[in-house]
Design a protein around this ligand. Sequence first.
Ligand SMILES: Nc1ncnc2c1ncn2[C@@H]1O[C@H](COP(=O)(O)OP(=O)(O)OP(=O)(O)O)[C@@H](O)[C@H]1O
Length: 465
Amino acid sequence: MFIIRPSSLFEIQRGMSRSLPRQHTFVRQKSSKSPLEAYELKVKEGKWKPDPYQEKAIFAVNGLYQELQAYTQPPVPKESFHLHSRGEEKTSVLSKFRSTLGKYASRFMASSRPFAPQIPKGIYLYGDVGCGKTALMDLFYNHLPSNITRSKRIHFHAFMLHIHQSAHHLKQVKGYGFDVIDYLSAQLASKCTVLCFDELQVTDVAGALILRRLFECLQKYGVVIFITSNRAPNDLYKNGIQRESFLPCIHLLNESLNVICLDSPNDYRRLKSETEDIYLHPAQDPLVKKQLQQWFERYGNIRGDPTHEVQLEVFGRTILVPKVSGDAAWFTFKELCGEPKSAADYISLANRFRAFIISDIPQLSIEAKDLVRRFINFIDAAYDSRAKVILSADVPVDLIYPTPEGYKPLQSSEISKKYTESGEHSKIASESNYHGNFAGVEEVFAFSRCLSRLAEMRKSDWFQN
Ligand SMILES: Nc1ncnc2c1ncn2[C@@H]1O[C@H](COP(=O)(O)OP(=O)(O)OP(=O)(O)O)[C@@H](O)[C@H]1O
């Protein structure tokens, strides 16, 4: 048994940034072309298919590029990112006066215009799965004008994990009166003029509240934001608890960003091409079991590194990886998703292993939100690190969880009826604590995105590198 253990909080935080998959630490390719020119070239060279929906969006993206050519971000006020000045402000009369003035000023700014003057409107690009949102964002990011020297492109999920971690640490050091999000935004603003967030989702009330404050602060410090999401701003955190406290954030997104719907019907991940037979069913079939073992041996190193257990330590917790050989890990679905695991856990796993075998996936009922959410988080992490994933399930992979086409919200009475059904699968499925009429609606959409990713991850060229 091996234990991998970061030694200190510093290590954990460094580990966090090191543990971000390649896509999160995205390196910008510099280019003299505009995003529009780069797009046209891709189509001309036949690398991309012509798509009128994307063309409309790329014109708007190019408009932002042109505005950025004339934009200079105002310097971040020094006191905004000094930990000490904030903590010490309470002591003198003068600083009390300054602090009161500051509060009035910030209240005024927050209510009327919480962003730096002349900041170009960023972009909020949303649409269905696989229609090219990230691809267009990447075109923008890789073809920023030469005057924009500082930029970041971050996967939203990983970014929020980082914010939660840093906020937790800062609150322990500075106490609860400290405006953590403003401080972190100032830090970020001092490092980037343009910030690209890929795949924004809002799934919990804490995230919703952080987001609102974060966007206010980033705009105040003159950071131009580009967001991609599967949801329109007005549909974010729909049916969420205390949604009313998120409405100002929606208002801010609508007001300060150019909201573009990429309503293309194309899911480019599903374009026909050679695929591997890696999503196997039924899981109990001896042939399926044999095939899984063969895949494990193909990516493991059975002779040099016989199958063993590994304990991986992530942020002070231990994740047990029951079967490991070389860079391959094998979990049953229950081991991977049957108990609480965070997105950070899955990101760490995806960074450590090159290939995953996930066996015995049951067909989940709609109320098995926690289980499917963990599975989706795992696939997201594996996709971002380009890991190979081989699955066995009771049913074809498309049927593991309902998709929007087959979705019908359950009434509470139907849910309780399902809970009373006996058997292993209904036991797994009954873990969710949800009791409303919209059980699993977010997860249904998230799962269809997950299927789009799985479609790309079974293509032969995914397996070639
Ligand atoms: N016009 C196009 N022609 C061919 N392939 C394309 C085109 N646009 C995008 N793609 C490819 O389609 C795949 C999916 O695109 P992308 O990741 O940008 O989708 P997305 O809208 O961000 O999906 P999701 O919502 O699931 O994250 C990528 O491999 C991308 O390079």
